[in-house]
Design a protein around this ligand. Structure first.
Ligand SMILES: Nc1ncnc2c1ncn2[C@@H]1O[C@H](COP(=O)(O)OP(=O)(O)OP(=O)(O)O)[C@@H](O)[C@H]1O
Ligand SMILES: [Zn+2]
Length: 817
């Protein structure tokens, strides 16, 4: 760097636009992507990422210096920053939004930085150094760590950073990174003895321990163990195996007979089973892979449309092998963790420890470790849900987006509202990598892109092993009701079939897309339904906890004994949730083991893994669940799938409702009969004639796609237009509406009534005591999305000129799902 003043643009975890300028202290050698600590505002310290360097001194304000470098190595790769910037522009959010989402929380220092002494330094006898610095230095002799805020208290000063900086500059203190990062390596103790079976001294030691039989026993086991293997011996494991305690080991160590040593062990568990060879592909699979390769010569992206159980995973494995052979890496994106268990087991069998898993249920420490190992090139394959897309992977060769149609690939609950599949395509482009999108029921967006020749397309329409697709049967609930062939919500047909399946020693999966016991409670005499006090939704009855719960804000209250309105005690429940189905089934099949799989029962870490294992081992005969049971699971003995009420999938006020219903039904059906015997799927529905049920039960994907695409074109929906949804939120309904209306009006001159819709209250107009209004903008193919986004942002700026509008929260959702 030249001797001119150098400035760095820093990305900070703040929901503000752009980067922030800081001065680089003279002589510091920094790199783009490095992590630094900077002061923002009066007292707060943040970890930031270096975005770029320049020599343009800002004229309007005085810049601060970068406080410190957190580590020598680059933490974020330059191409990642490019991806972040694309997300900012495309999804209309701030760099800080992306930063916050991309990093494990433990790596984002938000306030409390801690400092500690650098050992063995004398306080300099110079004039220049301040008295305040001395006070802190002295305080650190009494306490090993002091936070920035505490330092400010000690000195009774607002801005203590310059003081700390002085101390830092003199090398008297350093930032304590362990605490900054809330990341502590896990320390494990190993034990070792220098005495072996062959040693003469063995006898002596054993007799010395004559009076301490426990110590003697453990010592002897340790000697034996060391004889068998040269692997270091973990104290905790050793104790578990042979009994005894740390105290016993400690006594041995005190006598100098054994030694303890530490190691910061990996939290991430290693895979140490034998590796399997890759399966030979079937003829159909081989053909598909050949076609994929041909397609990849022309396209960067290929959609693999392979029916359920066609063996797509084996195809991915083959493709991954090739990529690894070329020294490149693979990112394997999955919609949700529910899928990772089985999949990682399968991949680990082939690739062992080359795989890193980024799991949303992993704790912060585990995630930090994975991040660091990724940047150190310890993994060749990274598997994870949408946030794994931000891992610092170098030399990316291939991205696989499995179950590409899944809506959970789109992030809706927090910013940025990015779609992992679409963002993956951009990442691949930045990296020069290829992308494979896989699904048995592709999204209409990708299907349409394939039909237009924008991406490659390969179809695989045979199940692996020549297994027939399952038989699909629709059960007309209206007729069953008339004929009194319903037991609760289970038709006789389904009940008998479950019984037969159990008789044949097979397993069953039951799907109902609502959780809880009953979606609504109703008073028999006045018809009153208890609503959430914070939201415009009826409360859901959860029988197991005897509560009424709101699924939107988390509110819960005890189940009432009387109607709140007329005090009648005759309350009934309407609609059905997974809890109720489970109860019905337990009543009908008291001798079978039934388990429920939904968010309520799967909250605990590893709950999934356990249930999946139990089902695989056939300790459980029947799984009852929400859409969690529909995705990608591969069980050998499931022969029957039952859908309790398919109607509830169809009636959503959403233009994607029919597409999704088709996908859900075909996906859950795909869990049946995946090995030798043909499976059976029973779909219970009141609207048995519905065209989507007909298409799904006949596996008519192309026909369904064509019909829905026609409708989408006529009514201007994606993929024929792009959509941006603008949400307004405020505690005051009137203010919220007025703001939304002002905003919409200011845009009318650029759009017509077909492309600018709203403001409209969404189907749930109030949530968590906030009122909502939405404005929808449609961008036609001949319009520039970039320009429209600028218009929308400008309109927002104009709106903010009016003071009373400023308190209304406004969010953009690009490509809403
Ligand atoms: N070449 C092969 N050799 C041996 N077994 C295979 C092979 N291909 C697939 N299988 C087995 O067939 C079953 C179905 O394959 P897989 O799970 O890959 O299907 P899929 O296409 O991913 O299905 P879904 O879309 O339903 O998830 C698996 O149990 C898998 O192990
Ligand atoms: Zn609520």
């Amino acid at each position: 760097m030249s001797d001119k003043q150098t400035f760095a643009e820093i990305i900070l975890p703040l929901p503000l636009d752009g980067t922030f300028t800081y001065e680089v202290p003279f002589g510091w050698d920094l790199k783009v992507g490095q992590r630094v600590a900077v002061q923002f505002g009066k007292r707060k310290i943040y970890t930031g990422i270096i975005h770029s360097f320049h020599h343009n001194k800002p004229e309007l304000y005085k810049t601060k210096f970068i406080e410190s470098i957190l580590e020598e190595e680059v933490f974020v790769l330059p191409q990642q920053i490019k991806l972040w910037e694309w997300i900012v522009e495309y999804y209309m959010c701030s760099l800080g939004d992306v930063f916050k989402n991309a990093f494990p929380t433990a790596l984002k220092l938000e306030s409390d930085t801690f400092v500690k002494l650098v050992k063995g330094k004398e306080f300099p006898a110079e004039e220049g150094i301040s008295k305040n610095a001395y006070l802190i230095w002295e305080a650190l002799h009494h306490r090993s760590l002091i936070s920035v805020d505490e330092a400010a208290d000690i000195l009774d000063l607002k801005s203590v950073i310059p003081v700390l900086k002085e101390l830092l500059d003199y090398g008297l203190i350093e930032l304590d990174e362990r605490l900054i990062e809330k990341y502590t390596p896990k320390i494990e103790y190993y034990i070792q003895t220098e005495i072996s079976l062959q040693d003469d001294s063995l006898q002596d030691v054993l007799s010395e321990l004559e009076k301490a039989p426990k110590q003697r026993e453990l010592f002897f086991q340790l000697v034996m163990r060391q004889q068998q293997s040269s692997k270091p011996i973990l104290a905790s494991k050793f104790i578990k195996e042979f009994g005894g305690s740390y105290a016993t080991l400690r006594s041995l160590a005190d006598k100098g007979i054994i030694k303890f040593f530490e190691d910061t062990s990996d939290r991430i568990q290693e895979f140490d089973e034998d590796l399997h060879d890759i399966h030979a592909l079937s003829e159909h699979q081989q053909k598909a892979i050949d076609e994929i390769r041909t397609n990849l010569k022309e396209h960067d992206t290929v959609l693999l449309h392979g029916v359920t159980s066609s063996g797509k995973t084996e195809i991915y494995i083959k493709l991954i092998e090739r990529v690894l052979a070329k020294g490149k890496k693979v990112l394997y994106l999955l919609p949700e963790i529910s899928l990772t268990t089985q999949l990682t087991q399968r991949l680990q069998k082939h690739f062992g420890n080359q795989i890193g898993i980024y799991h949303s249920k992993f704790n912060q420490n585990e995630r930090v470790e994975l991040w660091q190992k990724t940047i150190n090139n310890d993994y060749q394959i990274l598997i994870g849900a949408r946030s794994s897309m931000f891992l610092p992977i170098q030399d990316l060769g291939l991205i696989i987006v499995d179950e590409e149609h899944e809506t959970s690939l789109k992030q809706n609950d927090s910013k940025p509202n990015f779609h992992a599949r679409d963002t993956a395509l951009v990442l691949a482009k930045l990296e020069g990598a290829k992308t494979i999108l896989g699904s048995a029921t592709p999204s209409l967006e990708m299907y349409f892109a394939a039909k237009q020749g924008k991406i490659g397309y390969v179809e695989l329409s045979h199940r692996f092993g020549g297994v027939q697709p399952p038989v699909m049967e629709i059960i007309d609930l209206r007729r069953a009701q008339k004929k009194k062939e319903l037991n609760g919500d289970i038709s006789m047909r389904l009940e008998n079939q479950i019984r037969d399946t159990f008789k044949n020693d097979k397993q069953v999966i039951i799907f109902q897309n609502r959780r809880g016991y009953a979606p609504v409670m109703e008073c028999k005499s006045c018809g009153h339904t208890p609503y959430c006090p914070n939201c415009d939704v009826a409360l859901t009855y959860h029988r197991l906890s005897h509560q009424l719960k709101c699924h939107y804000c988390g509110h819960s209250q005890a189940k009432p004994n009387k109607c709140y309105q007329c005090k009648s005690v005759e309350l009934e429940t309407k609609g059905i949730g997974t809890e109720q189905i489970e109860e019905d089934l337990l009543r009908i099949f008291p001798n079978n083991s039934i388990a429920r799989m939904d968010v309520d029962s799967m909250r605990k870490k590893f709950a999934f893994e356990k249930l999946i294992k139990a089902f695989e081992n056939r300790e459980v005969d029947m799984l009852v669940g929400t859409q969690m049971v529909t995705k990608g699971l591969d069980f050998e003995h499931v022969n029957l799938v039952g859908i309790i009420r398919a109607d509830s999938l169809l009636n959503f006020p959403d233009f994607r409702a029919h597409e999704r219903a088709f996908q859900r039904i075909v996906q859950v059906a795909g869990r049946a009969g995946r090995r030798k015997d043909r499976g059976l799927v029973l779909i219970q529905a009141f609207s048995a004639e519905h065209k989507i049920l007909q298409y799904a039960s006949q596996f008519k994907y192309h026909e369904m796609a064509q019909e829905i695409l026609y409708e989408r074109r006529d009514f201007l929906y994606p993929p024929f237009v792009k959509m941006i949804e603008i949400t307004f939120r405020h505690k005051n309904r009137d203010r919220c509406y007025k703001t939304a209306n002002y905003y919409a009006e200011s845009l009318r001159k650029y759009f017509d009534e077909k492309t600018l819709l709203g403001p409209e209250a969404p189907s749930i107009a109030r949530m968590n005591n906030n009122y909502y209004f939405k404005v929808l903008v449609k961008i036609l193919p001949n319009q520039s999305a970039k320009k429209v986004k600028i218009l929308l942002k400008d309109a927002l700026e104009n709106l903010h000129q009016v003071k009373s509008f400023r308190s209304v929260r406004i969010d953009f959702d690009v490509d809403p799902y």
